[in-house]
Design a protein around this ligand. Sequence first.
Ligand SMILES: [Zn+2]
Length: 252
Amino acid sequence: MQLTDLNWPAVQALNKDTPVVFPVAALEQHGEHMPLFTDSMLLGEIVRRVAERMKDRVLFAPLMWLGSSDHHLDFPGTLSSPPRMYLDLLSGLAENFIQHGFRRLVFINGHGGNEVPGRQAIFEVRQRHRRRSDLLLLFATYWHLGGKPQERDRALSQKQMGHACEWETSMMLWIAPHLVGGLARLRPVEFGNPFEPAARGWITKDRTGPGHIGDPSLATAEKGEMLFRVFGDDVTALLERVLRWDGKSWDG
Ligand SMILES: [Zn+2]
């Protein structure tokens, strides 16, 4: 069920154990071959598929397209919320729905740069409501939910999500091929090893000239459809766990 379609008495009348999903994505450069709105379009398609399956059991807020994308600002067109502002934005959305009486809040994320502020946001909200024992606050990035697409389809070359890569380009070829162009002239950009397992501060230009990381030339629409199925199943499974939660336990 979509928050945008309801009136306020309908929201008031909902069971407050209904999970509330906030899809969060971005508008940022996606290489020379894909549109700036890629993350929002891909997450939008995953959420559309999941919402169809969950029907009235889950409430979906509209997708927040502005993300934390400062690392891409050297590429024209990128729009970014400063990271601390983004932290407050996500905390504020959660606080709004806690005030409306809801207890199970789930951010479903489609952009890597949102992960650190997103995790911090739910951590801070939990500290503020420390006397409560009935809150479930989750932040989940769709490609980190356990699905292993490369085991489902051996034709996939990449083992992990990159940026404007084989995986993302394949998904875009499935939903909007007219927005993808010039794959044949693109060269792979390796993931490399930036002093792992340490975390290195980076801007996108440290890693790639054209803007992609991975190998978009290997993308096909068929791989994209398979990826949507894997990620849609993963998000659905997470929401089923949220629905099954007993309302108080640490385990889920
Ligand atoms: Zn992306």
